[in-house]
Design a protein. Sequence first.
Length: 142
Amino acid sequence: MAAAYASAHGADRVVICGLSMGGYIALAFAERFPNRLGGLILADTRAGADPETVRQTRTLNAERVLHDGVGFIAEDMLPKLFHASLQVGDSPLADEVRAIMQSQRPGAVSAALRAMRDRPSREAVLKNLECPVLIIVGQGIG
């Protein structure tokens, strides 16, 4: 879809930036369309497949979200999305992000969890790219 969008707008080569789950998508694009990639930016993501313990957690959460809804995912994720100095329970921004997360359909969240669980390692794709790659990793301050 991204390649078709780029083509429809006259872009033969693109620079893609992927943050977190978006990095998984950017690496999939790089694997499928290496000649269309002019550059790749990966931020707080990983090229490797999930370890088995993470795969198991994604499986459990994919099932649970279908039965219990997405609320528990939002509450688990919020502290990971904001710096520790932010009081997530008392923040208009966190409330807005929580509302966005809770508005997602359980089936879509479950499918996303399964897709992340099943994604292959793309370390070889990253190693063999012939375009510039920028990798950004953050760490909280404090």
